[in-house]
Design a protein around this ligand. Sequence first.
Ligand code: APR
Ligand code: PHB
Length: 390
Amino acid sequence: MRTQVAIVGAGPAGLLLGALLHRAGVANVIVEQRSAEHVLGRIRAGVLEQVTVDLLREAGVAARLAEQGLPHDGFELSFDATRLRIDLQALTGRHVTVYGQTEVTRDLMAHRRDAGLTTVYAAEQVQPQGCDGARPAVTWRQGGREHRLQADFIAGCDGFHGVCRASLPAGALSTFEKVYPFGWLGVLSDTPPVSRELIYGAGERGFTLASMRSPTRSRYYLQCPLDDRLQAWSDDAFWAELKRRLPPDAAAQLVTGPSIEKSIAPLRSFVAEPMRFGRLFLAGDAAHIVPPTGAKGLNLAAADVGLLARCLAEHYGGSDAGIDHYSARALARVWKAERFSWWFTSLMHRFPDTGAFGARMQRAEFDYLCSSAAAQTALAENYVGLPLAG
Ligand code: APR
Ligand code: PHB
Protein backbone atom coordinates (compact mmCIF):
# COMPACT_ATOMS: atom_id res chain seq x y z
CA MET A 1 0.00 0.00 0.00
CA ARG A 2 1.24 3.55 -0.72
CA THR A 3 0.09 7.08 0.11
CA GLN A 4 1.51 10.57 0.48
CA VAL A 5 1.02 11.00 4.25
CA ALA A 6 0.71 8.05 6.66
CA ILE A 7 -1.08 9.15 9.84
CA VAL A 8 -0.62 7.07 13.01
CA GLY A 9 -3.61 7.50 15.35
CA ALA A 10 -7.32 8.19 14.72
CA GLY A 11 -7.92 10.55 17.63
CA PRO A 12 -8.90 14.18 17.02
CA ALA A 13 -5.41 15.11 15.76
CA GLY A 14 -5.13 12.27 13.24
CA LEU A 15 -8.70 12.56 12.01
CA LEU A 16 -8.59 16.35 11.62
CA LEU A 17 -5.21 16.18 9.88
CA GLY A 18 -6.62 13.57 7.48
CA ALA A 19 -9.64 15.75 6.71
CA LEU A 20 -7.55 18.90 6.14
CA LEU A 21 -5.04 17.04 3.92
CA HIS A 22 -7.92 15.57 1.91
CA ARG A 23 -9.32 19.10 1.36
CA ALA A 24 -5.85 20.12 0.14
CA GLY A 25 -5.70 17.17 -2.28
CA VAL A 26 -3.03 15.31 -0.28
CA ALA A 27 -3.64 11.56 -0.08
CA ASN A 28 -3.50 10.05 3.40
CA VAL A 29 -4.16 6.81 5.27
CA ILE A 30 -4.75 6.54 9.03
CA VAL A 31 -3.51 3.50 10.99
CA GLU A 32 -5.18 3.18 14.42
CA GLN A 33 -4.47 0.51 17.03
CA ARG A 34 -7.92 0.47 18.66
CA SER A 35 -11.39 -0.11 17.23
CA ALA A 36 -13.52 2.81 16.07
CA GLU A 37 -15.97 2.02 18.91
CA HIS A 38 -13.17 2.28 21.47
CA VAL A 39 -11.97 5.61 20.07
CA LEU A 40 -15.54 6.96 20.15
CA GLY A 41 -16.05 5.72 23.70
CA ARG A 42 -13.45 8.06 25.15
CA ILE A 43 -14.87 10.93 27.24
CA ARG A 44 -12.65 14.02 27.05
CA ALA A 45 -13.03 17.77 27.39
CA GLY A 46 -15.47 19.97 25.58
CA VAL A 47 -14.37 23.59 25.11
CA LEU A 48 -13.39 24.65 21.57
CA GLU A 49 -11.42 27.77 20.74
CA GLN A 50 -12.55 29.71 17.66
CA VAL A 51 -9.33 28.56 15.93
CA THR A 52 -10.51 24.97 16.37
CA VAL A 53 -14.05 25.76 15.18
CA ASP A 54 -12.59 27.49 12.10
CA LEU A 55 -10.38 24.48 11.29
CA LEU A 56 -13.32 22.08 11.64
CA ARG A 57 -15.31 24.35 9.31
CA GLU A 58 -12.37 24.45 6.85
CA ALA A 59 -12.27 20.64 6.99
CA GLY A 60 -15.97 20.51 6.14
CA VAL A 61 -17.04 18.83 9.38
CA ALA A 62 -18.71 21.68 11.32
CA ALA A 63 -22.40 21.22 10.38
CA ARG A 64 -23.51 19.50 13.62
CA LEU A 65 -21.18 21.74 15.64
CA ALA A 66 -22.95 24.78 14.17
CA GLU A 67 -26.33 23.32 15.22
CA GLN A 68 -25.46 21.88 18.64
CA GLY A 69 -22.37 23.78 19.80
CA LEU A 70 -23.06 26.15 22.73
CA PRO A 71 -21.38 29.58 22.36
CA HIS A 72 -20.07 30.72 25.75
CA ASP A 73 -19.24 34.42 26.22
CA GLY A 74 -17.77 33.89 29.67
CA PHE A 75 -17.09 31.57 32.59
CA GLU A 76 -16.88 31.93 36.35
CA LEU A 77 -14.14 31.57 38.92
CA SER A 78 -15.12 30.98 42.51
CA PHE A 79 -12.83 31.13 45.55
CA ASP A 80 -14.70 29.73 48.53
CA ALA A 81 -18.00 31.64 48.14
CA THR A 82 -16.70 34.64 46.15
CA ARG A 83 -17.52 34.46 42.44
CA LEU A 84 -15.95 36.35 39.54
CA ARG A 85 -17.27 36.20 35.98
CA ILE A 86 -14.62 36.44 33.26
CA ASP A 87 -16.44 38.17 30.41
CA LEU A 88 -14.58 36.70 27.42
CA GLN A 89 -16.64 38.58 24.83
CA ALA A 90 -16.23 41.99 26.46
CA LEU A 91 -12.53 41.47 27.26
CA THR A 92 -11.40 39.89 23.96
CA GLY A 93 -14.25 40.23 21.45
CA ARG A 94 -14.25 36.43 21.20
CA HIS A 95 -16.04 33.46 22.77
CA VAL A 96 -15.52 29.71 23.10
CA THR A 97 -17.87 26.92 22.00
CA VAL A 98 -18.90 24.05 24.27
CA TYR A 99 -19.08 20.86 22.19
CA GLY A 100 -17.80 17.50 23.45
CA GLN A 101 -14.59 16.05 21.99
CA THR A 102 -16.50 12.80 21.50
CA GLU A 103 -18.83 14.65 19.12
CA VAL A 104 -15.85 16.20 17.30
CA THR A 105 -14.43 12.69 16.86
CA ARG A 106 -17.81 11.37 15.70
CA ASP A 107 -18.13 14.13 13.10
CA LEU A 108 -14.57 13.57 11.83
CA MET A 109 -15.07 9.80 11.59
CA ALA A 110 -18.33 10.24 9.65
CA HIS A 111 -16.67 12.71 7.29
CA ARG A 112 -13.78 10.31 6.65
CA ARG A 113 -16.12 7.43 5.98
CA ASP A 114 -18.31 9.50 3.63
CA ALA A 115 -15.22 10.72 1.76
CA GLY A 116 -14.14 7.10 1.25
CA LEU A 117 -10.78 7.67 2.96
CA THR A 118 -8.85 4.66 4.28
CA THR A 119 -8.64 4.13 8.03
CA VAL A 120 -7.13 0.90 9.36
CA TYR A 121 -8.60 0.17 12.82
CA ALA A 122 -7.45 -2.51 15.27
CA ALA A 123 -3.95 -2.54 13.77
CA GLU A 124 -1.46 -4.50 15.90
CA GLN A 125 2.24 -3.80 16.50
CA VAL A 126 2.16 -0.55 14.55
CA GLN A 127 5.68 0.68 13.81
CA PRO A 128 7.01 3.72 11.92
CA GLN A 129 10.03 2.82 9.77
CA GLY A 130 12.77 4.79 8.02
CA CYS A 131 11.71 8.21 9.35
CA ASP A 132 15.23 9.58 8.82
CA GLY A 133 15.34 8.39 5.21
CA ALA A 134 13.61 9.31 1.94
CA ARG A 135 11.16 6.38 1.99
CA PRO A 136 9.43 6.16 5.36
CA ALA A 137 6.78 3.52 5.99
CA VAL A 138 4.36 2.33 8.65
CA THR A 139 4.07 -1.42 9.28
CA TRP A 140 1.51 -3.31 11.36
CA ARG A 141 0.07 -6.78 11.82
CA GLN A 142 -3.54 -7.71 11.16
CA GLY A 143 -5.31 -10.88 10.09
CA GLY A 144 -2.22 -12.92 10.91
CA ARG A 145 0.08 -11.10 8.51
CA GLU A 146 2.26 -8.01 8.26
CA HIS A 147 1.11 -4.95 6.34
CA ARG A 148 3.29 -2.11 5.02
CA LEU A 149 2.24 1.43 4.06
CA GLN A 150 4.85 3.34 2.08
CA ALA A 151 4.56 7.13 2.34
CA ASP A 152 6.36 10.42 1.72
CA PHE A 153 5.76 11.53 5.32
CA ILE A 154 4.51 10.09 8.61
CA ALA A 155 2.36 12.11 11.04
CA GLY A 156 2.64 10.81 14.61
CA CYS A 157 -0.83 11.60 15.99
CA ASP A 158 -0.76 8.64 18.36
CA GLY A 159 -1.08 10.41 21.67
CA PHE A 160 1.07 10.49 24.78
CA HIS A 161 1.47 6.71 24.99
CA GLY A 162 1.94 6.24 21.25
CA VAL A 163 4.73 4.49 19.35
CA CYS A 164 5.98 7.33 17.14
CA ARG A 165 7.75 9.49 19.74
CA ALA A 166 8.86 6.34 21.57
CA SER A 167 10.48 4.95 18.42
CA LEU A 168 12.85 7.89 17.95
CA PRO A 169 16.54 7.20 18.68
CA ALA A 170 17.95 8.24 22.06
CA GLY A 171 18.99 11.86 22.00
CA ALA A 172 16.64 12.77 19.15
CA LEU A 173 14.34 14.65 21.51
CA SER A 174 14.48 16.87 24.57
CA THR A 175 11.55 16.35 26.93
CA PHE A 176 10.15 18.60 29.66
CA GLU A 177 7.68 17.25 32.23
CA LYS A 178 5.81 18.15 35.39
CA VAL A 179 3.52 15.57 37.05
CA TYR A 180 0.93 17.11 39.39
CA PRO A 181 0.37 15.55 42.85
CA PHE A 182 -3.38 15.07 42.35
CA GLY A 183 -5.93 13.89 39.78
CA TRP A 184 -9.39 14.84 38.52
CA LEU A 185 -12.38 12.63 39.33
CA GLY A 186 -14.87 13.23 36.51
CA VAL A 187 -18.59 12.38 36.27
CA LEU A 188 -20.91 12.65 33.27
CA SER A 189 -24.65 12.73 34.05
CA ASP A 190 -27.86 13.36 32.17
CA THR A 191 -28.83 16.18 34.53
CA PRO A 192 -29.19 19.92 33.80
CA PRO A 193 -25.99 21.93 34.52
CA VAL A 194 -25.95 23.97 37.75
CA SER A 195 -25.12 27.08 35.74
CA ARG A 196 -25.38 28.24 32.13
CA GLU A 197 -21.63 28.88 32.10
CA LEU A 198 -18.68 26.88 33.44
CA ILE A 199 -17.67 27.41 37.07
CA TYR A 200 -14.02 26.76 38.06
CA GLY A 201 -13.91 26.55 41.86
CA ALA A 202 -11.05 26.68 44.38
CA GLY A 203 -11.29 26.10 48.11
CA GLU A 204 -9.74 24.32 51.07
CA ARG A 205 -11.41 21.02 50.01
CA GLY A 206 -9.81 21.29 46.57
CA PHE A 207 -10.63 22.19 42.97
CA THR A 208 -14.06 21.77 41.37
CA LEU A 209 -15.24 22.27 37.79
CA ALA A 210 -18.90 22.42 36.80
CA SER A 211 -19.12 22.00 33.03
CA MET A 212 -21.59 20.58 30.54
CA ARG A 213 -22.16 18.91 27.18
CA SER A 214 -25.68 20.25 26.53
CA PRO A 215 -28.58 21.85 28.47
CA THR A 216 -29.45 18.33 29.68
CA ARG A 217 -26.02 16.72 30.13
CA SER A 218 -23.52 17.86 32.80
CA ARG A 219 -19.82 17.19 33.30
CA TYR A 220 -18.34 17.66 36.77
CA TYR A 221 -14.80 17.27 38.12
CA LEU A 222 -13.38 17.11 41.65
CA GLN A 223 -9.68 17.33 42.48
CA CYS A 224 -8.76 14.04 44.16
CA PRO A 225 -5.60 12.41 45.59
CA LEU A 226 -3.41 10.61 43.06
CA ASP A 227 -3.97 7.30 44.87
CA ASP A 228 -7.76 7.73 44.95
CA ARG A 229 -9.80 4.83 43.59
CA LEU A 230 -13.10 4.92 41.68
CA GLN A 231 -14.46 2.26 44.04
CA ALA A 232 -14.31 4.83 46.84
CA TRP A 233 -16.69 7.13 44.98
CA SER A 234 -20.33 6.08 44.86
CA ASP A 235 -22.58 8.49 43.01
CA ASP A 236 -23.97 9.68 46.35
CA ALA A 237 -20.48 10.31 47.70
CA PHE A 238 -19.58 12.27 44.56
CA TRP A 239 -22.69 14.47 44.67
CA ALA A 240 -22.26 15.12 48.39
CA GLU A 241 -18.64 16.27 47.92
CA LEU A 242 -19.54 18.33 44.87
CA LYS A 243 -22.23 20.11 46.90
CA ARG A 244 -19.68 20.89 49.62
CA ARG A 245 -17.28 22.44 47.11
CA LEU A 246 -19.65 24.37 44.83
CA PRO A 247 -20.50 28.00 45.72
CA PRO A 248 -23.65 27.84 47.90
CA ASP A 249 -26.08 29.31 45.35
CA ALA A 250 -24.79 26.93 42.66
CA ALA A 251 -24.95 23.99 45.07
CA ALA A 252 -28.59 24.88 45.68
CA GLN A 253 -29.24 24.44 41.94
CA LEU A 254 -27.51 21.03 41.74
CA VAL A 255 -29.64 18.29 40.18
CA THR A 256 -28.14 14.89 40.89
CA GLY A 257 -28.66 11.66 39.00
CA PRO A 258 -26.92 8.42 38.01
CA SER A 259 -23.42 8.81 36.56
CA ILE A 260 -23.19 7.58 32.96
CA GLU A 261 -19.39 7.82 33.09
CA LYS A 262 -17.00 8.11 36.01
CA SER A 263 -13.19 8.24 35.75
CA ILE A 264 -10.03 9.50 37.42
CA ALA A 265 -7.37 11.17 35.27
CA PRO A 266 -3.85 12.24 36.31
CA LEU A 267 -2.59 15.74 35.47
CA ARG A 268 0.65 16.32 33.63
CA SER A 269 2.53 19.02 31.70
CA PHE A 270 4.79 17.58 29.01
CA VAL A 271 6.56 18.80 25.87
CA ALA A 272 8.85 16.93 23.46
CA GLU A 273 11.15 19.03 21.26
CA PRO A 274 11.50 19.15 18.31
CA MET A 275 8.18 18.02 16.81
CA ARG A 276 9.91 16.72 13.69
CA PHE A 277 12.43 13.94 13.03
CA GLY A 278 13.31 13.60 9.35
CA ARG A 279 10.05 12.73 7.60
CA LEU A 280 8.16 12.10 10.85
CA PHE A 281 6.10 14.96 12.32
CA LEU A 282 4.56 14.81 15.81
CA ALA A 283 1.24 16.51 16.52
CA GLY A 284 -1.19 16.72 19.44
CA ASP A 285 -0.76 14.64 22.57
CA ALA A 286 2.08 12.71 20.87
CA ALA A 287 4.16 15.86 21.31
CA HIS A 288 2.69 17.61 24.36
CA ILE A 289 0.31 17.24 27.28
CA VAL A 290 -1.36 19.98 29.31
CA PRO A 291 -3.35 19.69 32.56
CA PRO A 292 -7.04 19.95 31.55
CA THR A 293 -7.62 23.10 33.65
CA GLY A 294 -7.25 25.44 30.70
CA ALA A 295 -9.12 23.17 28.24
CA LYS A 296 -6.14 23.35 25.85
CA GLY A 297 -5.53 19.68 24.94
CA LEU A 298 -7.88 19.35 21.97
CA ASN A 299 -7.29 22.95 20.89
CA LEU A 300 -3.50 22.52 20.80
CA ALA A 301 -3.91 19.30 18.80
CA ALA A 302 -6.14 21.14 16.31
CA ALA A 303 -3.69 24.03 15.98
CA ASP A 304 -0.80 21.60 15.40
CA VAL A 305 -2.55 19.75 12.58
CA GLY A 306 -3.95 22.95 11.08
CA LEU A 307 -0.36 24.14 10.70
CA LEU A 308 1.00 20.72 9.63
CA ALA A 309 -1.68 20.27 6.95
CA ARG A 310 -0.76 23.66 5.48
CA CYS A 311 2.97 22.89 5.58
CA LEU A 312 2.55 19.49 3.89
CA ALA A 313 0.28 20.97 1.22
CA GLU A 314 2.97 23.61 0.54
CA HIS A 315 5.53 20.81 0.13
CA TYR A 316 3.43 19.28 -2.64
CA GLY A 317 3.12 22.77 -4.07
CA GLY A 318 6.92 22.94 -4.34
CA SER A 319 8.04 24.68 -1.15
CA ASP A 320 9.60 23.10 1.95
CA ALA A 321 9.68 26.37 3.92
CA GLY A 322 6.57 25.30 5.83
CA ILE A 323 7.71 21.86 6.93
CA ASP A 324 11.16 23.24 7.78
CA HIS A 325 9.56 25.68 10.25
CA TYR A 326 6.68 23.49 11.48
CA SER A 327 8.30 22.44 14.75
CA ALA A 328 9.45 25.92 15.81
CA ARG A 329 6.11 27.51 14.91
CA ALA A 330 4.03 24.80 16.61
CA LEU A 331 6.18 24.89 19.75
CA ALA A 332 5.87 28.68 20.02
CA ARG A 333 2.12 28.19 20.55
CA VAL A 334 2.48 25.02 22.60
CA TRP A 335 4.73 26.63 25.23
CA LYS A 336 2.35 29.58 25.70
CA ALA A 337 -0.53 27.14 26.26
CA GLU A 338 1.65 25.06 28.61
CA ARG A 339 2.36 28.18 30.64
CA PHE A 340 -1.30 29.19 30.84
CA SER A 341 -2.44 25.67 31.77
CA TRP A 342 0.26 25.42 34.47
CA TRP A 343 -0.57 28.88 35.85
CA PHE A 344 -4.34 28.20 35.94
CA THR A 345 -3.76 24.79 37.57
CA SER A 346 -1.43 26.34 40.17
CA LEU A 347 -3.99 29.04 40.97
CA MET A 348 -7.00 26.75 41.36
CA HIS A 349 -5.68 23.60 43.09
CA ARG A 350 -4.50 22.83 46.62
CA PHE A 351 -1.05 21.16 46.44
CA PRO A 352 0.32 19.10 49.35
CA ASP A 353 2.85 21.89 49.98
CA THR A 354 0.51 24.85 49.33
CA GLY A 355 0.36 25.62 53.06
CA ALA A 356 -1.12 28.70 54.72
CA PHE A 357 1.14 31.13 52.88
CA GLY A 358 0.47 29.48 49.52
CA ALA A 359 -3.28 29.63 50.13
CA ARG A 360 -2.93 33.37 50.84
CA MET A 361 -0.99 33.80 47.58
CA GLN A 362 -3.75 32.02 45.65
CA ARG A 363 -6.40 34.18 47.29
CA ALA A 364 -4.38 37.33 46.64
CA GLU A 365 -4.11 36.40 42.94
CA PHE A 366 -7.86 35.87 42.79
CA ASP A 367 -8.49 39.20 44.55
CA TYR A 368 -6.15 40.87 42.05
CA LEU A 369 -8.14 39.31 39.19
CA CYS A 370 -11.32 40.67 40.76
CA SER A 371 -9.85 44.18 40.82
CA SER A 372 -7.94 44.32 37.52
CA ALA A 373 -9.33 44.42 33.98
CA ALA A 374 -5.75 43.91 32.76
CA ALA A 375 -5.40 40.70 34.77
CA GLN A 376 -8.80 39.46 33.61
CA THR A 377 -7.89 40.28 29.99
CA ALA A 378 -4.67 38.26 30.27
CA LEU A 379 -6.67 35.31 31.55
CA ALA A 380 -9.40 35.76 28.94
CA GLU A 381 -7.10 36.02 25.91
CA ASN A 382 -5.34 32.81 26.87
CA TYR A 383 -8.61 31.02 27.54
CA VAL A 384 -10.19 31.92 24.17
CA GLY A 385 -6.92 30.92 22.49
CA LEU A 386 -4.01 32.99 21.21
CA PRO A 387 -4.10 33.82 17.50
CA LEU A 388 -2.41 31.32 15.17
CA ALA A 389 1.12 32.48 14.32
CA GLY A 390 1.13 34.28 10.97
N1 APR B 1 -0.53 2.72 16.83
C1 APR B 1 -1.67 3.26 16.31
N2 APR B 1 -2.48 4.09 16.99
C2 APR B 1 -2.10 4.39 18.26
C3 APR B 1 -0.94 3.88 18.86
C4 APR B 1 -0.14 3.02 18.08
N3 APR B 1 0.98 2.48 18.58
N4 APR B 1 -0.86 4.39 20.14
C5 APR B 1 -1.94 5.17 20.31
N5 APR B 1 -2.69 5.18 19.20
C6 APR B 1 -3.96 5.88 18.98
C7 APR B 1 -4.86 5.91 20.19
O1 APR B 1 -5.63 4.71 20.27
C8 APR B 1 -5.72 7.15 19.92
O2 APR B 1 -6.89 6.81 19.20
O3 APR B 1 -3.68 7.26 18.70
C9 APR B 1 -4.83 8.05 19.08
C10 APR B 1 -4.33 9.26 19.85
O4 APR B 1 -5.46 10.07 20.17
P1 APR B 1 -5.44 11.04 21.46
O5 APR B 1 -4.73 10.36 22.57
O6 APR B 1 -6.85 11.50 21.67
O7 APR B 1 -4.53 12.26 21.04
P2 APR B 1 -4.81 13.45 20.00
O8 APR B 1 -5.47 12.94 18.78
O9 APR B 1 -3.53 14.18 19.93
O10 APR B 1 -5.91 14.36 20.72
C11 APR B 1 -5.57 15.10 21.83
O11 APR B 1 -7.34 14.05 22.96
O12 APR B 1 -6.79 12.71 24.73
C12 APR B 1 -7.31 13.91 24.38
O13 APR B 1 -6.83 15.40 26.16
C13 APR B 1 -6.44 15.02 24.87
O14 APR B 1 -7.96 16.66 24.20
C14 APR B 1 -6.70 16.07 23.87
C15 APR B 1 -6.85 15.32 22.59
C1 PHB C 1 -15.09 19.55 30.17
O1 PHB C 1 -16.23 19.99 29.93
O2 PHB C 1 -14.81 18.32 30.15
C2 PHB C 1 -14.00 20.54 30.52
C3 PHB C 1 -14.27 21.89 30.37
C4 PHB C 1 -13.27 22.82 30.68
C5 PHB C 1 -12.04 22.37 31.15
C6 PHB C 1 -11.78 21.00 31.28
C7 PHB C 1 -12.76 20.08 30.97
O3 PHB C 1 -11.09 23.29 31.47
